[in-house]
Write a protein that binds this ligand. Structure first.
Ligand SMILES: [Zn+2]
Length: 84
């Protein structure tokens, strides 16, 4: 997901602006892994495989999200691009 797209997202609960912590992105500014945080309600929304997970509380699976964020190695995205 593009950084510019993520900048337009807001918290689904209170419509506050979200702050982003980028864990892995490619050279085209696509964010693969990261965390969006809301200062208003202190919720966080992980970005996993480029998809922001912004489910309502009852559908959240913190253990699953945490596992996905840690098992993904940032290295694979930060390597220099292959020369074709
Ligand atoms: Zn919020």
């Amino acid at each position: 997901m593009k950084r510019t797209t993520i900048d337009k997202l807001c918290c689904p609960f209170d419509k506050a602006d979200l702050k982003i912590k980028i864990i892995a992105q490619d050279l085209d500014d696509n964010i693969h892994e990261g965390v969006l945080t809301c200062d208003e309600c202190n919720r966080y929304y992980p970005i996993i495989n480029g998809i922001p997970i912004m489910n309502p509380d009852e559908y959240r699976e913190p253990q699953l999200e945490k596992a996905a964020l840690t098992q993904q190695s940032a290295e694979q995205y930060l390597k220099p691009p292959k020369v074709h």
